[in-house]
Design a binder for this molecule. Sequence first.
Ligand code: MN
Length: 201
Amino acid sequence: MPEFTLPPLPYAYEALEPHIDTLTMTIHHDRHHATYVTNLNAALKGQTAFDGQSIEDILKNISQVPDGIRQAVINNGGGHANHTLFWENMGPGGGGAPGGALGDAIQAAFGGFDGLKAAVNDAGVKRFGSGWSWLVLDGGSLKVISTANQDSPLMAGQTPLLGVDVWEHAYYLKYQNFRPKYLEAWWNTVNWASVSSRFAG
Ligand code: MN
């Protein structure tokens, strides 16, 4: 059966200060993400059909997951994939506007970086309850979408390039109920080199 492991945070817990605080990063990675991995492995216990598949492969073909465990794999497999991407898409010394081919594509799709920012923030603020706001590739086009809970864009055939977690656990300690303030600060953490390499791939 597949056995997934919690990837280490690719930087220090305090690396995203002051935008995202150390305690939030510690709890978010070591407890929330860890729990998704634990529960994903429990759901897939004995499911040898998925041996050797990445979590991305499993989510892309979610209809092939048996009925009885499908929702658990959506929730926890989505949680694992979404958070892995989230950590990679942030980093110390982040922020600014993307350049290169990604910058050009954002210019064409959203009229520039400010247009992308407004669309991601709007989708994040309007997500009722818990979920994510995303920049995705959908049939070769850049789009901004939002998903509920831990639903992955991969299940809809979309490739996530950049995602921001708008669950309260991502921001409540520092920003309380002010999700827009968290979103505004979060842009200062974006690792555009990572997003660009995802776009190029
Ligand atoms: Mn989260």
